[in-house]
Design a binder for this molecule. Structure first.
Ligand code: FAD
Length: 539
């Protein structure tokens, strides 16, 4: 998508921000028939939408805050998003151990989980199961016998936030939306006191351009207020940013047998979630006033999470040095007088400025589809009133996401088995079947068909290069971090594979984009820095 193509057009809708919120809005808009363009200043999902706990969840803890409507809406959304992308949004049981002196006693856990099931509309077979002490310890032998009193098992869904965002973006482009990464909105253009466009800079071509649209939505996550400031409309409610850190350890260092949600001595709760060869643990929740473009894990964040693990899992003796990777993100929450970071509401709100800029903030990954529906209901109503034109109703609950045309989780399992057979023939560990199917769904075939075009001796390098070829050609990848962090998740979950992949991947990128040696060096340094920030800076 070049700047040229957007120059003389008047779009129906321009969306600023290519996180899950903007992506969801783009898909809803284009599938209703609006001529839609989305611009993202960095890579898609490079903001908060690659830094979450990666759960499509109802937010059990919001029950404690009596956020009934929020729990109901996001709880019900889980099943829908699972149906739209069963390879990417996978049903998984979460364990809530009942610990002597912990947040929830047996009765509260049982009633709480039951209310959660009802609000979220969980099917009978999947509803909460209460376990006695023995059953709990059998399911999770790592829990300390002396303080465990029982447990609850409840339904959650696991995902990859960045992949979900990318697949929503790709689906919206299949419907005809123009989605452009590495293009920043620098300012707004006005006519008769109404905002009619944006001034943009394209970091790939270094060109400036204007994009015009009838309606403009600011879905810039933690940067929403910056754009409201530029629009001179930052009055009334504003954002309150809180930082959330996750750390990653090799699975053998915290060998939990399933996802678990457990107490921290300060009264909060955190998750430990096994994924492939690692377990990730999070999250922290602290007020943030630093640089929004570089949020890093600090020693105190890692210590907090390590201490919380050691407090519950008393035999593991985890150390900060065991951490192999991490990520830190910002929650774009809405400020409420006198409320602390972890008690602020997670619900979304829409603001419209006097000049017509529509901003959306707050919310959750899980609720992206409903948030988009609310924004578009508002936009099409205005369109009807102002231009007399009608559009279709929201139908995104029926639109399968790219890579996700599976009829339920069983088909995903069968497909994964077929991929294992192909991997065997390619001398690749069958471990990669889950990795590939979770990341690319049924697009895995395209990648595997490409593998033998590469003549490296090591099949893992061939696989990495085939993935790169795919994401450069189909997912607007421009540099190694787009690839290692957002498209493949290797920076977080397979960081030890980067050492042998970095040169072949950068060499291929050099060829694909005609980089000179200075650009190659710059990109290699950027990758080394990202590895350092994810895995070392806090030690
Ligand atoms: P972002 O993903 O930040 O997207 C905004 C985008 O706008 C950015 O990519 C940015 O580069 C771009 N942008 C900014 N300014 C400009 C500009 N001038 N021009 C162009 N582009 C611009 N939710 C869940 O449902 N489940 C969870 O498990 C969960 N866990 C979480 C854990 C943590 C630690 C955090 C921080 C959040 C979690 N959330 C979770 C919430 C969820 O991640 C966020 O609500 C969601 O990702 C926000 O998406 P967004 O698109 O609004 O923001």
């Amino acid at each position: 998508m070049s700047v040229e193509e957007t120059k003389d057009k008047l779009y129906d809708l321009l969306i600023i921000g290519g996180g899950i919120t903007g992506a969801g809005i783009a898909l809803d808009a284009v599938s209703r028939g609006l001529d839609t363009v989305l611009v993202e200043k960095n890579d898609f999902a490079s903001g908060t939408s690659s830094k979450s706990t990666k759960l499509i969840h109802g937010g059990l803890r919001y029950l404690k805050q009596f956020e009934i409507a929020l729990v109901r809406e996001v709880g019900r959304e889980r099943a829908i998003v699972h149906r739209l992308a069963p390879q990417l949004v996978k049903s998984e049981k979460m364990m809530l151990p009942i610990i002597k002196g912990g947040s929830f006693g047996k009765i509260l856990t049982s009633v709480g989980l039951m209310v959660y099931d009802v609000l979220a509309g969980v099917e009978k077979a999947d509803q909460r199961k209460m376990l006695d002490k023995e059953e709990t310890l059998k399911k999770e032998p790592l829990l300390p016998e002396e303080i465990v009193e029982g447990g609850g098992l409840y339904a959650e869904y696991r995902t990859d936030d960045a992949r979900l965002t990318i697949e929503v973006i790709k689906t919206s482009t299949q419907f005809g939306a123009k989605c452009i990464n590495y293009m920043e909105v620098e300012d707004f253009i006005y006519e008769n006191n109404s905002v009619i466009g944006t001034k943009c800079v394209d970091y790939i071509t270094n060109e400036k351009s204007n994009i015009k649209a009838r309606y403009i939505v600011n879905a810039a996550g933690p940067w929403v207020d910056e754009l409201r400031q530029k629009n001179k409309s930052k009055q009334g409610k504003s954002l309150h940013l809180t930082k959330g850190v996750h750390i990653v350890v090799p699975h053998e260092k915290l060998p939990v047998s399933q996802a678990i949600y457990f107490d921290v001595p300060d009264g909060r709760m955190i998750f430990a979630i096994p994924r492939g060869r690692v377990t990730y643990i999070g999250t922290t929740d602290t007020d943030y006033h630093g640089d929004k473009n570089q949020v890093i894990t600090e020693n105190k964040d890692a210590e907090y999470l390590v201490d919380a693990v050691n407090n519950t899992f008393r035999t593991v003796n985890l150390k900060v040095e065991d951490v192999v990777s991490s990520w830190a993100g910002l929650r774009p929450l809405i400020y409420e007088e006198g409320k602390s970071a972890s008690t602020l509401s997670r619900k979304d709100e829409i603001f419209e400025s006097k000049t017509g800029l529509i901003s959306i903030a707050g919310g959750k990954l899980t609720g992206y589809r409903k948030m988009a529906e609310r924004v578009l209901d508002m936009v099409v109503k205005k369109y009807k009133n102002e231009y007399g034109k009608s559009f279709e109703d929201c139908s995104t609950d029926e639109i399968s996401l790219a890579g996700g045309k599976f009829n339920g989780q069983n088909e995903v399992v069968d497909y994964t088995e077929s991929i294992k057979k192909q991997l065997n023939k390619l001398d690749l560990d069958t471990y990669y079947a889950e990795y590939l199917v979770n990341n690319y769904g049924n697009q895995t075939n395209v990648i595997l068909e490409k593998i033998n075009d590469f003549d490296d001796e090591d099949p893992e390098i061939k696989l990495g290069r085939a993935e790169l070829w795919y994401v450069v050609n189909s997912e607007m990848v421009f540099n190694s971090l787009d690839y290692f962090a957002r498209r493949t998740g290797r920076l977080y979950f397979e960081i030890d594979t980067i050492e042998k992949l970095k040169e072949p991947i950068l060499n291929d990128l050099k060829d694909y984009f005609n980089w000179d040696s200075a650009k190659y060096k710059y990109e290699m340094a950027a990758l080394e820095e990202a590895i350092y920030l994810a895995s070392e800076v806090f030690k």
